[in-house]
Design a protein around this ligand. Sequence first.
Ligand SMILES: Cc1ncc(COP(=O)(O)O)c(C=O)c1O
Length: 307
Amino acid sequence: MAAGAIGVTCAKLGEAEVMAQGGVLDTLIANLIVGPKKVARLVELRRIADPVVCVDHIDQAAAFSAAMSQAGLALRVIVEVDIGLGRVGVAAGESAVALARRIHELPGLTLAGIMGYEGHLLTLEDGDEKADKIQAALKVLTGTADQLRKAGLPCDIVSCGGTGSFKYAVRAPGITEIQAGGGMFMDAFYRHGCHISDWKYALTVLTTVVSRPAPDRAIIDAGRKTMDGWVHKPLVFGRDDIQVQSLSAEHGSLKLEPSAQNLRIGDRLEIIPGYSDLTCVLHDNFLAFRGDKLEAVWPLEGRGRLQ
Ligand SMILES: Cc1ncc(COP(=O)(O)O)c(C=O)c1O
């Protein structure tokens, strides 16, 4: 926020609660919140912060409206539109406008805009094709925003984007905010799955070689309980001559090229996770280094706040 962000995107209500406790009051919960207990927590969150929530059906909005108006509060709501991902979201165009109109009429809610996520286009290899398809998907979103405004409905927020599409989404006219997050760490998926070349790796897992069962194999003390290897295979930081072969729950198996076969039990290796998102949730703290100096220990207070 100090560097200029207008707010913070969260994936869960529990994360937005952590943000509010830390003084970040303008959050977008880019997910659907359903159930009376969660709605009651959302009311409590609204008393101390100004979150934005998304909906893709009137049933979600009606529950927010009843709870907020009973509490004498108003909650900002945006409509989630399916721009091709095929996950959640109301259809673009008239269906989105119709849902927005109903939300606008409900007490206790403030219609604030729309969002969409072009997550199906992150891994396209050809840069031109990726740029074209992302621009086309985002035109569906901004076109729907225009339809809302033409219908006399407010649409200040037009939100989209993630790390894998960020560089195209920031150039799209009519987009007001970007939801990218994991890119601050970089990881193997962003680099090799999403073809993002210009950011440095900032997140590694420090591991120890615990076994050397064969000249070309080393075993480290980190497996699936320590880092993600499902979205993408992890990489060994600074070592092109060592590949992560496989992960089991507690062990990582490395394939060693001849130049790496002097590796010994007790040696340390930094591993770049396959996917930072699914790695952070496994750890209690970040150890923040500047060069070789440990400068801070940051607890992951949002960890486990999955509801
Ligand atoms: C709705 C939504 N927005 C944005 C993102 C992008 O997140 P990141 O930049 O961490 O990849 C995601 C990723 O899953 C998402 O589901």
